[in-house]
Design a protein around this ligand. Structure first.
Ligand code: NI
Ligand code: MN
Length: 242
């Protein structure tokens, strides 16, 4: 049983859950950090956190090519349906569902969500994903909020947090978020894509590991975090792979 999360730069992720490919905010074309081509990405499901172009990205073309099911809030799911996507699964904030690969709940996020053509994209969200005994919290684009402490009560193995500042939490608030969530591991995202969100992730890692018991994993695009669960005793091996 394994859960493997690959970072594609900016906030784009591929999560492979025992062979099911769950893509998150696939901004690949035009993403200066991306090390893969949108036409070669595999997807069974695509999670879209909000309507901004650096998150919707290549969702439409990937969904049409692969037949992947788009999981998003109702407004974004309906928008993709109107663009010709056959399979969508709408949620809304606070609502979870047992998908075949695992449980997904939409969490709150403080941000905007207008879609690329100006359509209303509802409320932006983050995702809580529970699969094969591994709990992931993707904050997605958001400012700091104190309910992160409640999300932390789920027992988070990996928190994916923005640190870029300007559009989302910056390093200081992301450190406060780590203190509230208390995840085992943290992956910083949404930084160094453009000059406006340049940050030193290694410096941030030092401050987080000095002030909390969480570990920070700084990934280069293409690198992944691999969780393998030992079926006998439920323990997890975590490795970083390039
Ligand atoms: Ni955004
Ligand atoms: Mn963004």
């Amino acid at each position: 049983m394994s859960v493997s999360l690959t970072y594609h730069g900016h906030a784009a992720l591929s999560i492979n859950i025992d062979g099911t490919n769950v893509l998150v905010d696939p901004f690949i074309t035009g993403n200066p950090l991306a090390s893969i081509d949108s036409s070669s990405i595999e997807a069974d499901y695509i999670l879209v956190s909000h309507g901004h172009e650096d998150h919707v990205g290549d969702t439409l073309s990937i969904a049409k090519r692969t037949g992947a099911t788009i999981i998003a809030n109702l407004e974004i799911a309906n928008w993709f349906s109107s663009q010709g996507v056959v399979s969508v699964h709408p949620h809304h904030i606070g609502g979870g569902y047992d998908h075949p690969f695992g449980y997904v709940k939409l969490t709150q996020a403080h941000h905007g969500s207008a879609l690329p053509d100006g359509s209303y994209g509802g409320n932006p969200c983050g995702f809580l994903i529970q699969a094969l005994g591994t709990t992931l919290y993707l904050a997605c684009d958001t400012g700091l909020f104190s309910d992160m402490e409640i999300i932390g009560e789920e027992g988070i193995d990996l928190a994916v947090l923005p640190i870029g500042d300007n559009f989302t939490m910056g390093p200081k608030d992301a450190l406060r978020a780590v203190k509230m969530i208390s995840p085992t591991l943290v992956l910083p995202v949404h930084y160094n894509t453009w000059p406006l969100i340049e940050q030193n992730a290694l410096e941030w890692k030092q401050s987080v590991e000095k002030e909390t018991s969480s570990k920070v994993c700084v990934l280069q695009p293409g690198q992944r975090i691999h969780y393998k669960t030992n079926q006998d005793n439920g323990t997890k091996d975590v490795t970083i792979e390039s």
